[in-house]
Design a protein around this ligand. Structure first.
Ligand code: PMV
Length: 333
């Protein structure tokens, strides 16, 4: 049995679209922040005595999510594997645009690697060899095959993902201690999102007239963002991240039928952040496949950003985080 913890990551330059659906290869590179205060823990236990896989999320049996988990385990330790009992616990709302699948699948791969190595009697020697020789990028590619954004949660701090002909590459661009960015998450709704991001991306590619220019322009945004990160240039990062986020949502809105994740709280938060910017505060917003707004700021203005977002009527709760480590084994679990 092994337990791993991973934190969600928030993309500043977004992944939206698939180059290869079967391999879940992204159409575009991305750049993200791995958080520290939000986490998912995954416990994996392989057993020769079980006839099927089991999944519990926060103590409840979760059959609907099980097929994705089983497919991911098949890739990690082979489809001839013993069945697994998987327990997931999470300290934030899942499937609501807070990158819960990123945290879940990166933790799952790391926990399954270790659970396999710790129970060699249950696996073929060739599987043990393959798992033992696996490094972080191999695990990131396995996590990315399950959920594109999950590949980034294997890495700490500010993370870049690039897409080659056949596979992705992922690396930390800046460790957490090198730039103390803060993320204030305004939760405007706890319910599940209306459409899974994977399905929505495929719909966007098929139907949005903006999709092709989104893909073509992504490399330019990534270049600007990478330069901003290496120069710790907050203003430059803010401008390109907001622009990239609004472009992704424009692709969603112009899909047919439209993919709309925002609610009135999302718009109220964006408006409040724009007013803070007009007042000279270093802060910017980003939103993913859900109505929550993530405000990125610096330690000195975190208190004001938090207060302003918390006071918005449609905001249910506010969570705060710095940047944290990549997925890891919890040894004392
Ligand atoms: O990894 P997925 O399939 O959940 O897609 C994530 C897509 C966004 O969160 C909207 C953007 C991103 O880069 O994380």
């Amino acid at each position: 049995m092994a337990t791993a913890q991973a934190q969600p990551n928030i993309a500043l330059i977004k992944y939206w679209g698939k180059r290869d659906i079967r391999r879940n290869l992204p159409a575009v590179g991305s750049l993200s922040l791995t958080l520290d205060a939000l986490w998912t823990r995954m416990e994996v236990k392989f057993s020769a005595d079980m006839g099927e896989d089991h999944l519990r999320i926060d103590g409840e049996s979760a059959g609907d999510m099980l097929p994705r988990i089983s497919r991911c385990l098949d890739k990690v330790v082979g489809s001839e594997r013993p069945r697994a009992a998987v327990e997931s616990n999470c300290n934030f709302p899942i499937a609501a645009g807070l990158a819960s699948s990123a945290a879940a699948f990166s933790a799952l791969v790391v926990a399954a690697n270790r659970a396999c190595i710790d129970a060699p009697e249950l696996f073929e020697a060739s599987v043990i060899d393959a798992v033992t020789s696996r490094n972080t990028i191999d695990s990131a590619r396995l996590a990315g095959a399950a959920s594109g954004s999950a590949a980034r949660s294997l890495y700490a701090g500010i993370v870049g993902l690039s897409v080659g002909e056949n596979e992705i590459d992922v690396a930390t661009l800046l460790p957490p201690e090198d730039w103390r960015l803060r993320v204030v998450v305004a939760v405007t709704e706890r319910g599940q999102k209306p459409m899974a991001s994977g399905d929505a991306m495929i719909l966007s590619e098929k139907t949005s007239p903006f999709y092709s220019s989104w893909v073509v322009n992504q490399e330019q945004d990534l270049d600007v963002a990478r330069c901003a990160v290496s120069a710790r240039d907050f203003e430059k990062l803010a401008a390109v991240a907001e622009h990239n986020c609004l472009k992704m949502h424009s692709v969603m809105w112009t899909s047919r039928p439209p993919v709309v994740y925002w609610n009135k709280g999302t718009l109220a938060c964006m408006q409040a952040i724009r007013e803070l910017q007009a007042d000279g505060e270093p802060v910017f917003f980003t939103m993913d496949a859900g109505p929550q707004v993530k405000a990125i700021c610096l330690p000195d203005n975190e208190a004001r950003v938090t207060r302003i977002l918390r006071d918005i009527e449609a905001v249910e709760t506010v969570m705060r985080s710095g940047l944290g480590s990549g997925a890891k084994i919890l040894d004392d679990a």
